[in-house]
Design a protein. Structure first.
Length: 477
């Protein structure tokens, strides 16, 4: 009996495991979870993180250029055939000197034929085997490009950090926009299904009343047509919802095969917004894309100074310590030598290359200036437009809520009047259409408000600190 129960239990567990694998549960997400997933999976965020890491290594490289440099070199060579060079004939010189002394001391009678001509002779002065090993240390005392490069690398690091924050803000906005799109599709589908349910209930009521001869065949046909007309809309909105979910999956970096269920509802929270001038000033000061461009301009200016550094001299201190030896038969005669000194170098003419490089850098600064102006104008226009949209929707949304309440009341009255025989099917149909329009207008207005608010936050450079926590290790470098 016990063994049978054990086998049954194992069979149930196996079935549930297989069923779970065959029919995976949907991933349920709220807005915050969706943003966190997108920030983990988004490739642009990862690229921006790597750019910060690359810039941090560039800072270390720039500092390394200002530190001392120690080099070691060694070599061994063997002459297969010794090099020779013309040199005075020492043997002739020695012979002539000896005969000169003998003649002067009158030890021998003078004989000019004893003197040899003083010609040059090819002679070898090198040993066949040679080796050398040396250590050399150099320290840059002054080089404008090196010192400017350190400052430029720090600015570039700040630029990469701002780009990372800008990418996070952009990803957050894209997630909110896609998320609200899914919620809107869900609400639209819900409204249409409620309308379809009302139409079905109305059809049941009509059929019941027809059995008692209270309504005509025409009324029944009208309601049947209404039900059939709503059904394709339900199917269409189901497809719209699925497409919205697929779009959200792309933003989140999820597989299209993964089931996704979005939690939450579109809700409107009234809030007081600052004036237009205050919002524009905040956008000009905090917009992340604009801050990125301004830092890029600083980088461009540093490149001007780096290229202009070719006009300035370079002063380097150096020290050298050498071991060397040479011999024809590997019985080396070894010696050591050491040198210290300063080296000063300055370019006097490079064919105007430096001048034209600086000119190109200055043009790049002017281009960045124009980009800053274009972006500033675009931000001002967008801030004004979003503020106008928010104020417009905020003024209308209360009226829309009241309109929905009135439409619901009118629909119930039309139902009662039709049941009592004082109303017509046309009144009931019109009340249903008006109720659907009122609900649709309201939910679209709320979605537009939330999307416009999210875009305004993006334009103002607002970024929730909890979304930056995952990249703090990069921003703190």
């Amino acid at each position: 009996m016990k063994s049978t129960m054990v086998r049954t239990t194992l069979a149930v567990i196996f079935f549930l495991t297989v069923a779970g694998n065959l029919f995976p549960q949907s991933k349920k997400l709220n807005l915050d979870q969706a943003i966190q997933i997108a920030l983990r999976n988004n490739r642009e965020v990862r690229i921006a993180e790597l750019e910060v890491e690359k810039a941090n290594q560039a800072v270390k490289e720039a500092f390394g250029n200002a530190l001392p440099s120690l080099d070691f070199s060694a070599g061994f060579s063997r002459f297969m055939k010794k090099p020779k060079m013309p040199f005075p004939d020492f043997q002739a010189m020695l012979g002539n000197a000896v005969y000169g002394i003998l003649f002067n001391e009158r030890l021998l009678p003078f004989d000019p034929s004893k003197f040899s001509p003083l010609n040059t002779k090819l002679q070898a002065f090198a040993q066949r085997n040679n080796y050398q090993a040396s250590f050399k240390i150099t320290q840059i005392l002054f080089n404008s490009a090196v010192f400017r490069g350190i400052g430029a690398s720090h600015i570039y690091l700040n630029l990469s950090k701002e780009r990372l924050k800008s990418t996070i803000a952009k990803t957050t906005f894209n997630v909110k926009k896609a998320y609200y799109g899914v919620l809107l599709a869900k609400e639209m589908l819900k409204i249409t299904k409620e309308r379809f349910h009302n139409a079905q209930e109305n059809l049941k009521m009509i059929k019941a009343m027809k059995k008692h001869g209270l309504v005509s065949d025409f009324d029944e046909m009208q309601v049947e047509v209404q039900v059939e007309n709503i059904l394709p809309v339900v199917t269409q909105l189901e497809n719209v919802l699925q497409n919205a979910k697929n779009g959200l999956k792309i933003v989140l970096g999820l597989s299209q095969d993964e089931e996704l269920e979005v939690e939450g509802k579109l809700k409107y929270w009234p809030e007081n917004l600052p004036g237009e001038s205050d919002l524009i000033a905040q956008a000009m000061d905090s917009n992340l894309d604009l801050k990125t461009l301004k830092i890029k301009k600083d980088v461009d200016n540093e490149f001007i100074e780096i290229d202009r550094s070719d006009y300035w001299p370079t002063l380097v201190a150096f020290g050298d310590y050498t071991f060397a030896g040479s011999d024809d038969h590997y019985d080396f005669q070894n010696y050591q030598s050491s040198t210290i000194g300063l080296s000063l170098s300055i370019n006097l003419f490079k064919g105007t290359r430096v001048y034209h490089k600086v000119e190109q850098d200055e043009i790049a600064v002017m281009q960045t200036d124009e980009q800053i102006k274009n972006l500033s104008d675009a931000i001002v226009t967008k801030v004004k437009a979003k503020l106008h949209d928010l104020n417009r929707v905020r003024e209308q949304i209360n009226a829309m809520e009241r309109n929905v309440a009135l439409a619901e009341k009118a629909y119930k009255i039309a139902q009662v009047r039709y049941k009592e025989g004082t109303g017509t099917q046309l009144e009931l149909k019109n009340a249903d259409v008006e109720l659907n329009v009122a609900k649709t207008n309201k939910i679209k207005a709320v979605a537009d408000y939330l999307t416009a608010k999210a875009e305004l936050d993006y334009l103002l450079g607002k970024l929730d600190t909890k979304y930056v926590d995952n990249v703090k290790k990069y921003l703190n470098k």
